[in-house]
Write a protein that binds this ligand. Structure first.
Ligand code: GAP
Length: 510
């Protein structure tokens, strides 16, 4: 299946089973805005719990907060967002479609990278077991030529973007002969800057109102509370402050389902460290975060690090964890060494000291910051897209299955009486009443067992428990595993332990 078709299938599956709906759909929806349905919100909550527990509960020196979406407008002047939170945009005159100029160039680079990968694949086919990929990449003329091309483009892109040389960015697009993916034409407008913050008015009386912004990142709510948390929590450096919350950006190109939205959710953590130690902690958090991802078992090959070419105005090192989404490798999480930029800016604009007295070295300083920032919606898409499969079964039928990490599955277990009579529903309810305190259970008595299993496979329920006539005789049930489809007969008394063993978050956190 083509990757784009795969995304279409995932979108339709997500809607059909209550994971994600287009927002205000009865009015034909609002572009790039989505609602999470009854199963989507469960999955989202479970992802949040995995992140929160692993960041806050598993680290004695990290605490969590929940700051307001609206903040004093000077916050955004200080952070640089009013002046510098821009994307370079370009329009195609024929399709009238608007693009981010840097994304067009990065997509072009990705195509060259794919050529290199194809060359490597050919080499592997030709030489088989004797193939030495590292040597091939270092010596093959086609690979080297394309690698050199990528370097040249990246260098030019970095230089023009860093110097805000919009004419230079335009010229790069022209020189690379990049055409509009929609119209195929190379008829471009000039490149312009576009601020991404949404604003609104505070106060209802005209003339007394002030312009405020919907926060474009949750991080600033952490920075402005640095001293409050440090003092009230008696925190000692190094320490972190985490938060999960909504962020808003007027994205030029909002597309690809929940990957790029105008209203989305972030899970961010700012880790405050002694100046000079930031790069050590930067490496530490890169390692911790990639392990957090890989623990989920979505496939190690689906992740890669991508070091930033253009560093944001606040960073002295930055890397993305990219995931192989249905539309290819794209940013899932950012890990940034933000220096003391934010706290210093807030000191300057607020006139308040935001410093820490370090008793170990007897010094006052503005801490440096390492940030880990992951989009919850992108994480949702990573989990959903890598878990969705259609499988051919022995009896010539097909099943759609979401092989979600069990700890993230919306329902952990489906409780099914074989028939709706003979006291089986009552027994099933009794079992569910015992399990529901610890596991999200779904009761399902409609249709044949086969159809019910298919329904649970499609929403990723790890276990189905079938209550039959034998249950009434010997208090045993069959437990069906979503992935192997194997059924085992077990005692009702053993059910809790069997389910807990598979679905507990503890395995992921250890
Ligand atoms: N505080 C740093 C910061 O906000 P960012 O790279 O702009 O950095 C962090 O955003 C993460 O937020 C990204 O890695 C991505 O997962 C998510 N994100 C950013 N813009 C998004 C959007 N428009 N829709 C969905 N997720 C987004």
């Amino acid at each position: 299946m083509q990757k784009e078709d795969n995304l279409k299938e995932i979108i339709s599956h997500a809607k059909e089973y209550g994971f994600v709906f287009p927002s205000s759909e009865i009015y034909d929806g609002l572009s790039a805005t989505y609602d999470y349905g009854q199963l989507g919100s469960e999955l989202k909550n479970n992802i949040k719990a995995y992140w929160w527990k692993s960041m806050v509960q598993m680290h004695e020196n990290i605490v969590g907060i929940d700051s307001a979406i609206f903040m004093h407008p000077t916050t955004w002047k200080a952070s640089g967002h009013v002046d510098a939170f821009n994307d370079p945009l370009i329009d195609n005159k024929d399709s009238k479609k608007r693009y981010r100029a840097d994304v067009l160039i990065e997509d072009h680079i990705e195509k060259i990278r794919q050529k290199i990968d194809k060359e490597v694949e050919k080499g592997l086919k030709r030489f088989g077991d004797a193939f030495n990929e590292a040597e091939f990449r270092a010596t093959n003329p086609n690979v080297l030529r394309n690698a050199e091309k990528i370097k040249e483009i990246e260098d030019r892109m970095r230089e023009t973007l860093e110097n805000n040389d919009l004419e230079g960015v335009y010229q790069l697009i022209i020189d690379l002969e990049i055409s509009c993916p929609l119209s195929g034409s190379k008829n471009w407008t000039e490149v312009r800057q576009f601020n991404l913050m949404f604003s609104t008015e505070l106060g209802s009386v005209s003339g007394e109102s002030a312009k405020i912004y919907l926060r474009p990142e949750t991080a600033q709510g952490i920075f402005v509370n640095f001293l409050n948390v440090q003092k009230s929590g008696r925190m000692k450096i190094p320490f972190g402050i985490a938060q999960i919350g909504k962020a808003f950006r007027n994205e030029i190109v909002a597309r690809q389902f929940i990957f790029r939205m105008r209203e989305f959710e972030q899970m961010e953590m700012q880790f405050f460290v002694r100046p000079g130690e930031e790069l050590k902690w930067y490496e530490y958090w890169k390692d911790i975060r990639i392990k957090w991802h890989k623990k989920l078992g979505l496939g190690d090959e689906n992740y890669r690090f991508h070091d930033h070419i253009k560093l944001a105005h606040y960073a002295n090192a930055a890397s993305d964890i990219e995931f192989d989404f249905p539309m290819g490798f794209k940013e899932l999480e950012g890990i940034h060494s933000r220096t003391d930029f934010d706290l210093k800016q807030h000191e300057e604009f607020s006139g308040k000291k935001l410093q820490y007295f370090d008793p170990e070295i007897n010094e006052n300083y503005v801490p440096y910051v390492i940030e880990t920032s992951i989009g919850l919606d992108r994480m949702f898409l990573a989990v959903l897209s890598s878990s969705y499969k259609t499988e051919q079964l022995e009896n010539d039928t097909e099943r759609a299955v979401l092989s979600l990490p069990p700890a993230l599955a919306p329902y952990k277990v489906a409780i099914m009486p074989l028939t709706r009579k003979d006291g089986l529903p009552e027994k099933a309810r009794e079992i569910m009443d015992a399990l529901k305190f610890d596991f999200n259970c779904q009761y399902d008595e409609k249709d044949s067992p086969g159809k019910r299993y298919r329904r649970q496979d499609a929403i990723g329920t790890p276990y189905c428990v079938m209550i039959d006539h034998q249950t009434l005789e010997d208090n045993t049930v069959t437990v069906r595993d979503r992935d192997t489809m194997k059924q085992d007969r077990v005692s009702v008394d053993a059910l809790h332990a069997i389910i807990a063993e598979k679905v507990s978050l503890t395995h992921l956190l250890k």
